[in-house]
Design a protein around this ligand. Structure first.
Ligand code: AMP
Length: 451
């Protein structure tokens, strides 16, 4: 059974606005960094759901004519992160279904940890699955539930799943938003300028459509949008927050507020702390764009070493993780990042990145900087060594491919051929994020899994 599907993605829901699908489209634009493989929107016009989903970037999937067909005042949308070798159209979201209560569409960010168990139980009772997505489990659980209405069926269904989920459900007249009891993945609620509400994975979507941030959907909370009223809140699970620290490290956009804090500010703090605990003499501080930018700014400010743009990023190429084979990934790094020779030549360079996963990027960058004439290259990483895979929605490779799971820091330094290498430790990371250890999931750095 495939487990690496339905990984980190973006979800959005628009309720009670006459341009619902258009607002979902703009929101998905703002959330494009959370997934570039496929995009989709379902809208509801009160009688029927309309769905368009396709492989590709949001801009490519939709045009004016398509948006016009997505009529109605409510809509949900999704961007999907890449996975290797799937039938991408089938595995794109929203997941749509007709069932005894009508029609529904679901968008999901996260991973169900008991997906195989639930799926096998459903299959043994005759269910037929069309995709590898764990989200499809939910459709079956809702359709088969013996409860009378959709609200009760959603509660019945989510009680049977475990893991990380930020979900938005659309029916012909209602919308529901739900976050798992740990609140692993973000989900925020906002008010649209004239009428209606939106929920989205990150608040950068709110800014784009002019929405006002109300609050985060609470861990374990279900919001019900109906009759054009304020959403009704139902506490389905007792909240036990375990927010994903990696949202701060890498995943979320710096202009978002996630888990109540500015992503940019937390990243800058990480850089400051890093400069404080892992100083080194050098001439310039440069970021690995874009992920390393805020922490490099923090490092430069704290150390007093000038900040420079030493690496140019080509923005017309997707994230390097997107291609499944190692060979393609190497090629993509080269296409994506090029050195600014005039800035680097003859300098002792501190290069700051947010994380080292496989080590491919860092190795390539150190080589590139040395070839451009850097006299020394000191690698600084604004998070701890990534030693363990994520089962809650972040696409990290298996442990055997995680360089820090297989090498010591000295060995990694030697492998990437840097003059020095230093990471942030877990306690300092938590301090930079201003986070209580018990409220965060740090499994990718510690192997301490909650579920
Ligand atoms: P690697 O070459 O595998 O060490 O990749 C490290 C680079 O990938 C860093 O520059 C990170 O910004 C970025 N990165 C870290 N985690 C992820 C992820 N889950 N998906 C895509 N890129 C990532």
């Amino acid at each position: 059974m495939r487990e690496d599907v339905n990984e980190k993605c973006a979800v959005v829901g628009i309720y009670g606005h006459k341009e619902a699908s258009r607002l979902a489209y703009f929101s998905l634009h703002a959330l494009q960094h959370r997934g570039q493989e496929a995009a989709g929107i379902s809208s509801s016009d009160g009688k029927k759901l309309h769905t368009i989903k396709k492989r590709g970037l949001v801009m490519r999937v939709f045009d004016e004519a398509k948006l016009k067909t997505l009529s109605g005042n409510n809509a949900v949308g999704h961007t999907r992160y890449s996975t290797a070798g799937d039938d991408s159209i089938l595995d794109a979201q929203p997941v749509f279904a007709r069932y005894d209560l009508g029609e529904m569409a679901i968008v999901h960010n996260g991973n169900f940890t008991n997906a195989d168990e639930v799926r096998n139980a459903l299959i043994s009772k005759g269910a037929i699955f069309q995709t590898y997505m764990d989200t499809e489990n939910l459709i079956h659980l809702i359709a088969k539930s013996e409860k009378k209405n959709l609200l009760e069926r959603i509660i019945d269904a989510v009680e049977r799943i475990e893991g990380a989920f930020s979900l938005v459900f659309l029916s012909r007249t209602k919308m529901f938003a739900m976050r798992d009891r740990h609140g692993f993945r973000p989900l925020s609620l906002g008010k649209l300028p004239n009428s209606g509400y939106l929920v989205a994975s990150e608040t950068c979507a709110f800014d784009l459509v002019g929405a006002e941030f109300i609050r985060d959907v609470e861990p374990g909370e279900l919001l019900v949008f109906e009759n054009n009223k304020e959403p009704k809140s139902i506490k389905v699970f007792e909240p036990t927050p375990k927010h994903c620290i990696f949202e701060y490290v890498y995943f979320a956009r710096p202009d978002s507020k996630v888990f109540g804090q500015s992503v940019y500010q937390t990243r800058k703090n990480m850089g400051k702390e890093l400069a404080h605990i892992k100083p080194v003499e050098a001439d310039i501080v440069i970021p690995v764009p874009d992920g390393g930018v805020p922490s490099a700014i923090g490092y430069a400010q704290e150390s007093g070493i000038p900040y420079e743009m030493g690496i140019m990023r080509n923005h017309y190429i997707g994230r390097t993780f997107i291609e499944p084979t190692q060979e393609m990934r190497d090629l993509k790094v080269k296409m994506k990042l090029s050195p600014m020779t005039d800035i680097i030549k003859g300098k002792r360079v501190i290069v700051v990145d947010d994380s080292i996963v496989r080590g491919t990027t860092s190795k390539r960058i150190v080589k590139m900087l040395k070839e451009a004439g850097a006299s020394e290259v000191h690698m600084r990483v604004s998070s701890p060594p990534t030693t363990d895979p994520c089962y809650y929605g972040v696409d990290t490779p298996d442990k055997d491919k995680l360089i820090a799971a297989n090498m010591t820091e000295d060995e990694i330094c030697e492998f990437i051929e840097a003059d020095s290498l230093a990471y942030l430790d877990e306690a300092t990371l938590l301090r930079s994020v201003n986070a209580k250890e018990e409220n965060y999931c740090t499994a990718c750095f510690t192997g301490k899994y909650i579920i």
